[in-house]
Design a protein. Structure first.
Length: 355
């Protein structure tokens, strides 16, 4: 009876409104799901892991991992999965969940190679958590499916159905370009990114997608229109670079907080292990090598002069003897001062320190 009375009251209220008031009320009902309500507390996203004390991998979001070809993208995804599952292989990383599920979809490799991916994660993950994640090989699944001919489901449809059924917290898609025909096609790229963003939000999971960078050594952007869209849509982008035997992961972009990176190398069994110390040694060695190269250049400029020189004299010698422009000469001169190679007692006359 109360429900009927409420309906009658609503009808009476509706008929009592003027056309303009009715239009405003319809509009407010329409926009209610979209306007931000000042009286409502909107929770922060739930993060899955922590790197260097900073939470990352937010649920309900897309995250991208990019690198050059064969530069450790898959290994980093193995590491992310293992960390979420409680691995202690990396001292500056930890899981923020005591339980949870993960799905790892390999779109590029054969079943035997995908099995090795699973073995790598297994090696870093506590045995008690092995049943909490599953690895799938989608190489044999078609890029698209013809529903009218009852063909096999597409790679995206497999991913969508698995997420809907298993409700994972973390999903790895290695790699996203294999879900479409052309990563330079604006429409295809827009559709697949929007689909993945939608299911990440709908099922409240973090979907990590892997994407190659452009071929040029100096160009670290992800490839094509698909890569551009990922920069726009992803909450976080991680970049992986290889330095001899050490892989360095940098948190390039984030809508929230950027975290420290991860450095890893492979042991004799090709299992990732912490390599932060190794990377520090590499950087220190490069710093010393660069300093020695700079000293050699400056020594060539000071050759034949056994007295202090004015800054103007030093700059002229750098330009003349090294054949560089004024801007570069200033850079070398300032670097020499910053690194303690060019010393001065009064700030006017400079001598070259002996290494």
């Amino acid at each position: 009876m109360n429900h009927i009375n409420e309906i009658i009251d609503a009808i009476n209220r509706e008929t009592a409104l003027s056309p303009e008031e009715r239009l405003n009320e319809d509009y407010n009902r329409f926009m209610k799901p979209y306007f931000i309500d000042r009286n409502v507390e909107y929770p922060d996203p739930e993060y899955l892991i922590e790197i260097g004390g900073v939470p990352t991998m937010p649920k309900g979001n897309l995250v991208a991992v990019s690198a050059k070809w064969k530069n450790g993208k898959t290994f980093f995804c193995d590491i992310l999965t293992a960390i979420f599952m409680g691995s202690d292989h990396f001292t500056n990383c930890r899981s923020l969940r005591d339980s949870g599920r993960a799905l790892f979809f390999d779109t590029e490799q054969s079943e035997s190679d995908t099995k090795r991916v699973q073995g790598t994660i297994d090696a870093m993950t506590p045995l008690s958590r092995h049943d909490d994640y599953r690895v799938a090989c989608l190489q044999s699944a078609p890029i698209t499916s013809d529903k009218y001919n009852n063909s096999e489901p597409s790679r995206y449809e497999v991913i969508n159905r698995a997420i809907a059924h298993e409700h994972p917290d973390l999903v790895i898609v290695d790699g996203i370009a294999d879900l479409i025909y052309n990563y330079n096609d604006v429409i295809e790229s827009q559709i697949i990114v929007n689909k993945l963003a939608t299911i990440a939000n709908e099922y409240n999971c973090c979907i990590v997608v892997v994407m190659h960078q452009n071929k040029s050594i100096l160009d670290k952007n992800m490839k094509g229109h698909l890569g551009t869209l990922l920069y726009q849509k992803c909450s976080d982008v991680f970049n992986v670079e290889k330095h001899d035997s050490v892989f360095e992961v940098k948190h390039g972009n984030s809508r929230h907080r950027t975290c420290d990176g991860i450095c890893f190398k492979l042991d004799a069994n090709a299992i990732p292990m912490d390599a932060a110390t190794d990377r520090q040694l590499q950087l220190e060695q490069k710093k010393q090598e660069d300093k020695a190269k700079l000293h050699s250049k400056l020594a060539h400029c000071f050759e034949g002069y056994d007295r202090p020189l004015t800054s103007a004299d030093v700059l002229n010698l750098i330009q003349g003897r090294l054949g560089v422009g004024k801007t570069r000469a200033y850079q070398l001169f300032n670097s020499g001062k910053e690194q303690g190679l060019l010393t001065s007692s009064d700030g006017n006359y400079f001598t070259l320190k002996t290494l």
